[in-house]
Design a protein around this ligand. Structure first.
Ligand code: SAJ
Length: 415
């Protein structure tokens, strides 16, 4: 089978390499020439454990190559981003243009699979009508399915193989054809459904997480009012067999969980009330972190050292990171800041090269991402570089004991 994967980001690239390493002929398409040139040299432009070697072996096998234009194939997989507009609506422009770009290459018997996360009804209201313009009959000559990606950044290669998959066909035969495609490498169970249910299931997974994180973040605010350790409360409550309160933090980032719930709100604004409120609570957390900095320092510090700016620990991705908003607040308040993030190579402003450099002259340090590098640090060692020995750990990730550094875990308000 020949497979054409459109969009070589965090999902498309590992997926393309996965099919290639399982013996399929794969052509990877991206509009970014840099990504294609790097790929054809066996190099990748994103950070994901194991992905570099995996992609190199796919290229070296001759089964994978990159181009900037699609080609004829048996299977087309669309894995382009669905960003969100400023008014919290799904921006379908990449999905639509990727779908249109296939038009000259579609043949009788092909299947088009959308992996991008999309609002409910997008397949039937947008993708299918575009594909119909090919002149092929949808569902009998051209098969269409939505197979939402579900992999966790940081564990993509493992989860691609072992996660269960949902496959939503525009009709039964489309779903069946898509199942056959994924059976190439998926070891998890594959569930068949209709396209709109598949779209909604994917969105509800991420919404479930967002709502549960909001619950934890709300608990932090309640704990502050009542003088309680929210982290202890969560640990205790989670000893119950049917309770799983998530972890509080500086907010919810990434291009999925902080975005996908809005795709439901957009389609059913009157009904999606908890979903919308959870978004508001999580979005309020960067501002809450600023209030906490001010409180533990006595007043607004002059210089803050920010440790970690990615949207979560041990990855290089700063998209939709709550840290960006924390930085914005600091700027507005005229607070000087330095940033140290061992996982981020390029950022719009200079980064400190070491923890010591970052905390030098700082009135307070704030952990915003739970990178492994921050967990085992002897923070006492940093005290001599700082104006005041204050550390706010918004991810509750520091595992070492300090005598001199005053470490405040976000959520612990017990005396
Ligand atoms: N976070 C918390 N508290 C928690 C868990 C997470 O504050 O208890 C924060 C993280 O710090 C981060 C954000 O939430 O800022 C999201 O991180 P995540 O690890 O929960 O999820 P993502 O965005 O990296 O990946 C999610 C996954 N979805 C679910 O776990 C339901 C993944 O399986 C999806 O494939 C991915 O979204 C996606 O692409 O949709």
């Amino acid at each position: 089978k020949k497979i054409c994967v459109v969009g070589l980001g965090y999902i498309g690239l590992p997926t393309a390499a996965m099919f290639a390493n399982h013996g399929c002929q794969v052509v990877g398409v991206d509009i970014n020439e840099k990504v294609i040139n790097a790929l054809n040299d066996g190099k990748i432009t994103i950070e994901e454990p194991g992905l570099q070697d995996f992609v190199r072996s796919a290229i070296e096998s001759g089964n994978l190559r990159g181009t900037i234009e699609p080609e004829t194939a048996d299977v087309f997989i669309i894995a382009v981003p669905t960003p969100i507009t400023v008014d919290h609506k799904a921006d379908l422009s990449y999905v639509i243009s990727a779908t249109r770009s296939l038009m000259p290459y579609l043949r009788n018997g092909n299947i088009v699979i959308v992996e991008s996360t999309i609002p409910p009804r997008t397949i039937i209201d947008f993708v299918s009508p575009i594909l119909e313009q090919s002149g092929l009959a949808i569902g009998t000559e051209l098969y269409v399915a939505h197979c939402p990606e579900r992999v966790l950044p940081g564990q993509i290669l493992n989860e691609l193989i072992h996660n269960n998959r949902i496959i939503g066909g525009i009709n039964e035969i489309s779903a069946q054809k898509a199942v056959e495609v994924y059976q190439t490498f998926v070891k998890g169970e594959i569930y068949k459904t209709d396209a709109t249910s598949a779209e909604m299931a994917k969105l509800m997974e991420n919404t479930f997480r967002d709502v549960n994180i909001a619950l934890a973040n709300e608990l932090v605010k309640i704990a502050e009012r009542l003088g309680i350790n929210a982290l202890e409360v969560i640990k205790m409550a989670n000893r119950h067999p049917r309770v799983n309160i998530h972890q509080p933090g500086p907010g919810v980032g990434g291009h999925c969980i902080a975005v996908d719930p809005y795709f439901i709100v957009e389609k059913a604004p009157e009904e999606a009330r908890i979903i919308n409120l959870a978004r508001q609570i999580n979005s309020s957390m960067p501002g809450f972190v600023i209030d906490q900095i001010q409180k533990i320092c006595g007043n607004m510090p002059r210089k803050v050292a920010i440790l970690g700016i990615t949207y979560k620990g041990n990855i290089d991705d700063v998209r939709e990171s709550p840290a960006l908003e924390v930085l914005e607040h600091l700027e507005q308040k005229g607070v000087v800041y330095s940033i140290y993030d061992p996982h981020v190579k390029h950022f719009r402003e200079p980064l400190a090269q070491s923890l010591e450099e970052a905390v030098t002259g700082a009135d307070c340090a704030v952990i915003l991402a739970d990178h492994n590098e921050f967990k085992q640090v002897q923070y006492d060692h940093l005290v001599k570089f700082m104006n005041y020995p204050i550390l706010l750990d918004t991810k509750n990730c520091v595992a070492t004991i300090s005598n001199e550094m005053l470490i405040h875990a976000l959520g612990n308000y017990a005396d």
